[in-house]
Design a protein around this ligand. Sequence first.
Ligand SMILES: *[C@@H]1O[C@H](CO)[C@@H](O)[C@H](O)[C@H]1NC(C)=O
Ligand SMILES: *[C@@H]1O[C@H](CO)[C@@H](O)[C@H](O)[C@H]1NC(C)=O
Ligand SMILES: *[C@@H]1O[C@H](CO)[C@@H](O)[C@H](O)[C@H]1NC(C)=O
Length: 412
Amino acid sequence: MSKDSTLIFTKTHTQTMQSRRKWIQSFFYLTLITISLYFLQLLILSDRLMVSHHKITLKKHPHLPLRFNSDGTFKILQVADMHYGTGSSRCRDVLSSEFEWCSDLNTTLFLKRMIDAEKPDFIAFTGDNIFGSSTNDAAESLFKAFGPAMASRLPWAAVLGNHDQESTMTRQELMSFISLMDYSLSQPNPLTQDPTDPTKQQVITDIDGFGNYDLRVWGPPGSHLANQTIFNLFFLDSGDRAIVDGFKTYGWIKESQFSWLRGASKGYNQEKHESVDIPSLAFFHIPIPEIRSGPFREIHGEYREHVACSIVNSGVLETLVSMGDVKAVFLGHDHLNDFCGNLNGIWFCYGGGFGYHGYGRAGWARRGRVILAQLKKGKNEWMGVETIKTWKRLDDENLTKIDHQILWTSSN
Ligand SMILES: *[C@@H]1O[C@H](CO)[C@@H](O)[C@H](O)[C@H]1NC(C)=O
Ligand SMILES: *[C@@H]1O[C@H](CO)[C@@H](O)[C@H](O)[C@H]1NC(C)=O
Ligand SMILES: *[C@@H]1O[C@H](CO)[C@@H](O)[C@H](O)[C@H]1NC(C)=O
């Protein structure tokens, strides 16, 4: 080999070595970048993307309208006072042997078991769904509290109690939020009645409170009542707290709400099919003063606690009596009362405390109420609502059924 050729060889050899090193470096960096991107994607972005994906997902709607089943039944589960905290909030008023392993998750489990056992057509939450002062994130708390209802895909609706707004959302924000949750039929404000043209309905905003609305229940599929309202559910905001003449007291239902209620009730009566009565139920949180003072004709269940109501009597009982269609009212607020009492022909029924983070009584099981409306069967067809029954179930190993009673029977 000549000197020159050796030189050339060395030169090309060095060039090859350099380019290979560059290539290895590039390869190394490329791999590093790919791996980093992969982990970045895995750890951060995928979560973010999922979250934003959830956010843009439209609300899941239940199958509407609400209607009676083909066997002529419509069953409601009433859940009063879940008092949900963060999900891990400790239980109140349970036996000391139960305390260690008891949290909001027991409320969740009870709700799941009730849904499985009763297979209701609809779930009504009557306020103090979350216990505001035990959570720093109302949205998170609502998601957890209503989680089993959303997972069940059953239509559900809620009103507010006096504790729901004690966290990070106002009552208006809570009702808007709840109305946007999956399978929720809750509404912040009611719609105007226009039986002749439902598309002309407008939202009423000059009304006190948030969570005043009504839900119509239609006849069984395929029946001659299939396209009409035969049962109706009113939801009302009974407020939170107020100061009246220097006294601290609870909220109450206001005249603006009665005026909507009367209008809605009249609307149904105009719409009504001649042979079919349209009975209604009402759901709100705070009991009315007559429950404390009134002469009950009958009481079914337990009356264990002083009735905590407003000192203002705004005339709920008078209004309902004059309307005539509301046969029973379902309340919460007093966790140790679980009775139904009849005042002037209308039943007022407590749900009984459902949630473990709310006060209760150790050794006295948490409980929930079931309401069953049944249609009358004529010769060949359904004839409208015939009976409204109720019972409760205790959160024990057998979900024991108690206090079965008939609330209303149609007179025809
Ligand atoms: C709460 O749930 C836990 C776990 O399922 C259970 O062991 C415990 O007995 C429950 N406590 C009450 C009071 O129901
Ligand atoms: C109810 O409405 C549906 C759809 O518009 C129609 O097919 C059905 O015949 C109606 N049934 C009655 C009883 O009017
Ligand atoms: C539940 O039912 C079983 C079987 O009938 C019975 O042995 C048990 O005592 C019941 N438990 C409660 C709490 O009622």
